[in-house]
Ligand binder design. Structure first.
Ligand SMILES: Nc1ncnc2c1ncn2[C@@H]1O[C@H](COP(=O)(O)OP(=O)(O)OP(=O)(O)O)[C@@H](O)[C@H]1O
Length: 297
């Protein structure tokens, strides 16, 4: 196997870090490589909902390790339990079985180390774009001067194309712009883990592509450890390092993991024409179709 070592200097939050990428030069797909230790570790995670008429095991024995700086997409049939997995990691849904560790700490509720972005960004309507992001920066830089904080906020707004609308009321802007603000606000909190629950689901095709490209750029520059739910195979292949395919529920779990080793920084046009792209797409579609057949049988 031909291997290439790529080093890069990045700037983040006033700190210069050296990023290293081992580039295998080709793409492989495999069942999984989850026995390595992870920055985020789901171990035997399960979720059972207990209701008056009985109980339903939604997720069972979900094991997944996510490396620091890795971007993982979660894909599966509607209702299989993707949001349940994500909200358990966020600490918004109680874990019934097993556990989740983030940087060695067990998840037992929401915390500043994890930020979630849903399809609707939930911005504060009486605040400007600038003020919405400043809320995060105040938390992460409590001792900075107001000038320093302003510069930090602008540093997040500029790469997301938000400089021109910084003083506009956030919720008066177009939906795609609002979602950019939501992402800026989440990233400005400098979380250990970014959780994205179908972040572009409500956007039109053009905004969706723009936001995907911006997320790719953010991930490349900030090396964000990310778990993203999507229903879009092309989006998963464009953005993530691995695509985790869930079996159809109830008792959903990890069914297959597809490695996506396209070089970073990624360029949409190059990925779509990559010789391995069609094969990875085929594998993901085949898995989802197989799950549909199992369910119908
Ligand atoms: N609070 C709850 N009480 C009972 N059942 C629930 C609750 N929340 C979710 N469920 C059920 O758990 C299952 C998984 O839901 P979840 O939203 O995690 O799936 P999903 O894969 O994210 O779905 P979708 O792709 O449609 O968003 C569904 O059958 C849902 O009805």
């Amino acid at each position: 196997m031909h291997c290439r070592f790529v080093g890069q200097l990045c700037w983040f939050d006033g700190v210069v870090v050296v990023r290293c990428v081992i580039d295998s030069g080709h793409v492989v797909a495999e069942k999984g490589r989850d026995n390595m230790s992870g920055f985020v570790e789901f171990s035997g995670v399960g979720k059972t909902y207990r209701e008056s008429h009985g109980q339903t095991v939604i997720v069972e024995n979900f094991d997944l390790h996510i490396a620091k700086g890795e971007c993982v997409s979660l894909l599966g049939h509607s209702g299989c339990g993707k949001s349940t997995i994500l909200t358990m990691a966020a600490g918004l849904t109680a874990i019934t079985d097993g556990g989740i560790l983030v940087d060695g700490h067990g998840v037992d509720g929401p915390g500043p180390d994890r930020r979630v972005v849903f399809s609707l960004p939930g911005l504060l309507p009486w605040m400007t774009v600038f003020d919405n992001v400043m809320l995060s920066v105040r938390q992460t830089h409590p001792n900075a001067t107001s000038e320093e904080r302003e510069a930090i906020v602008d540093g997040f707004l500029h790469p997301l194309g938000l400089s021109d609308v910084r003083d506009h009321k956030a919720t008066e802007l177009a939906r795609g712009i609002q979602q950019r603000v939501g992402i800026a606000r989440a990233v400005a909190l400098n979380p250990k883990m970014l959780l994205l629950d179908e972040p572009f689901a409500l956007l039109d095709a053009e905004d969706r592509m723009t936001l995907q490209d911006l997320l790719l750029d953010l991930h490349w520059r900030h090396h964000l450890t990310t778990l993203m739910i999507t229903r879009d195979i092309d989006e998963a292949l464009l953005i993530s390092d691995r695509v985790v395919l869930m079996t159809k529920g109830p008792k959903a779990t990890v069914g297959k993991i597809v490695d996506v080793q396209f070089d970073r920084p990624r360029v949409r046009a190059k990925i779509a024409t990559h010789p391995q792209y069609a094969e990875l797409r085929r594998q993901i579609s085949a898995f989802l179709e197989e799950q549909e057949r199992i369910d119908a049988a």
